[in-house]
Design a protein around this ligand. Structure first.
Ligand code: ZN
Length: 209
């Protein structure tokens, strides 16, 4: 597999970009990595980069976007923060990745059994982590079931995973409402903004479409 060029990047539609990620995840879960020479890709991309996707994922050591989508050097922009939410800096990074560097899709990739989401479910407080966890807590409040207080914590993994899904949905809403640049690109059909969930049990990514 070769690194993308200005021409091959331009030929990818937003739908095709999603398709490429789905195919990559299928290779990952089948343990059939695409044949690529990373050092050759380093050489191919020394004059510029033409990635096709921007992925926002958690810092979780099990959820590296390049690995789970079987991508190489110069293929994707990867933004990572515990709990995969957006702030001004992440939005700025995404605007760079889409408007200036030409990627065709923004994927907000949550994952099951997320530690940051568990922290939000438990309203954990610790140093700088407190401010981060507070950014995920609106998703906890937005999940209405179950109502019993003793089932709304990290011990209830179904609840945790529902909050993760809600957090992805709310992050997408925040991208649209807080980034005029990305909203306009989406409205013009230049990019897609979609959510997805990585299952730490089997390596699969389910796209929400
Ligand atoms: Zn996580």
């Amino acid at each position: 597999m070769k690194a993308y060029t200005k021409e091959t990047q331009a030929a990818i539609s937003p739908d095709k970009a999603v398709e490429l990620l789905k195919e990559g995840n299928k290779r990952f879960t089948n343990n059939q990595k695409a044949e690529r020479n990373l050092l050759e890709q380093v050489d191919d991309t020394k004059g510029g980069q033409y990635p096709f996707a921007t992925i926002l994922s958690c810092i979780d050591s099990r959820v590296s976007a390049e690995l789970v989508f079987d991508q190489g050097v110069g293929d994707i922009f990867s933004a990572r923060v515990a709990g995969n939410f957006v702030n001004e800096d992440i939005l700025g990074s995404m605007e760079f990745a889409c408007k200036l560097a030409g990627t065709k899709v923004v994927v907000v990739l949550g994952h099951t059994a997320c530690g940051a989401v568990k922290g939000a479910c438990d309203h954990a407080r610790l140093g700088n982590l407190t401010a981060l966890i507070k950014k995920i807590e609106p998703a906890v409040e937005a999940v209405k079931e179950p109502i019993e207080a003793d089932k709304r914590n990290s011990k209830n993994i179904d609840f945790v995973n529902e909050v993760s899904k809600k957090n992805v949905e709310m992050t997408i809403e925040n991208i649209r409402s807080q980034s005029e640049v990305l909203k306009e690109m989406e409205d013009n059909g230049e990019i897609k903004i979609i959510g997805a969930m990585y299952d730490i049990n089997d390596g699969t990514v389910a796209f929400y479409e």
